[in-house]
Design a protein around this ligand. Sequence first.
Ligand code: PMP
Length: 288
Amino acid sequence: MKIYINGKLVDKSSAKISVFDHGLLYGDGVFEGIRSYGGSIFKLDEHLKRLFDSAKAIRLNIPMDEDGLKDAIIKTLKQNGLKDAYIRLVVTRGAGDLGLDPRKCRKPSVIIITDNIALYPKEFYVNGLEIVIANTRRNPKRALDPQLKSLNYLNNILGKIEAIKKGVEEAVMLNCDGYVAECTGVNIFIVKDNTVITPNKDSGALNGITQLAVMSLARDDGMAVKERLIKPADLYSADECFLTGTAAEIIPVYKIDGRPIGSGTAGEKTLRLLKGFREMTKTGGVRY
Ligand code: PMP
């Protein structure tokens, strides 16, 4: 397996960066998780746009343009002979000294890791997933905006640790006002009376690319779509609940904090959206 680091494709065993890289020392950098299906990269332009937006927000100048990054991703995928892949695109602040000062980091590092996609267990999609609400609140926008996909995931990891401690795989994170924001690495939706609802932009979640795709699928399917504030009580009384993300696609939720959601099984509308989403991944991507 070859890894792309700063213009070179190197063996996995020799793919190394400096211990002075501020990506390592401070989580100072940005990233994207992208997926390819059957030799076609899904929503690549959207992922690159989000990467550049995140970089701009932390005043990090990516030393390549969008086309350059596209070419580098395709070159890496081809080199590794991958058709169905998970692509991790990382841009760090680069090597500096032991202080925080980003001006000491003269050259950002661009890293592309491609691998076979690690699929979630099939039963998650058939029976659904049990989740809990974490005590750890999602970072407030005014401290570290969750719309910025940075390398600093400690907030999410604390939520994930709570999930694991309670014997489940995912946790809902509330914002500091007590409204639902998202899960630790996926967005969240509920379905109530033929309306598909997801937290609005002010709720403090990452603007998910899968989330946006699912909203348009739901509209095409004749469902109403709303972005609004969601309270924990709305989760418990939902007809259906599901999670979305690049790697996860759409995962039904059957239980939250030990309470069955709807019929206590994977929701019918959720499964219909999953079917539609999988169809969507077959068209419109960037072929290589
Ligand atoms: N929220 C967080 C915190 C994430 O890290 C991710 C991506 N893994 C998502 C939501 C889902 O976003 P996307 O659909 O763009 O992968």
